[in-house]
Design a protein around this ligand. Sequence first.
Ligand SMILES: [Fe+2]
Ligand SMILES: [Fe+2]
Length: 203
Amino acid sequence: MNTLSEHTKNILGLQLPTDPRWVSLAGLSLEAILTDHAYCEQKAALTCISLIQRYSDKVELVTQLAPIVTEEWGHFRLVLHELHRRGLKLGVQRRDEYVNRLIAFQQKGGSEEGRLLDHLLTMAMIEARSCERFKRLSEGLEDEYLRNFYRRFMESEAGHYALFIDLAELYNPKELVRKRWREWLEHEVLIMREIELRGDRIH
Ligand SMILES: [Fe+2]
Ligand SMILES: [Fe+2]
């Protein structure tokens, strides 16, 4: 059953907790999970850069996301260091089915505001699910060092989730953000049910 506290559940809004078997699978394939995690951090940094490029006229967005680029790249370096410290290698980047499916749900046409909203909510969604997965790792991995390692990531990504929601509310009416976020949460459940549970993937 769901072991996330009500508090965490409320923060993230996720409708479907991760299958408890996932953390055991992840613990069995550390090189793969760390590699996948490293690329997730790299993609987070890259996406923040592309949002800054695309929405360069939005002062608050640019100001808020500039330091996140540095932070996500710092996360990438931490994970890379962890791989090397363990004598493991950064493997190849895989196709990210979870993120591809989220992108497929984004509004394609319509207003500029609507597309920006979906870009920000996509980021909030990835941060929320990553945070939930890191929480699982911080509680369920056997290696105590890694449990602490993942606790720090969990806290950081929770902050990013809140930041993307705040930005969404800055550029859109709150009620609209809430309505669209509920649609994202419902859609994410379908994605989570459809994609295979794999220990070598963060999501
Ligand atoms: Fe990160
Ligand atoms: Fe993040």
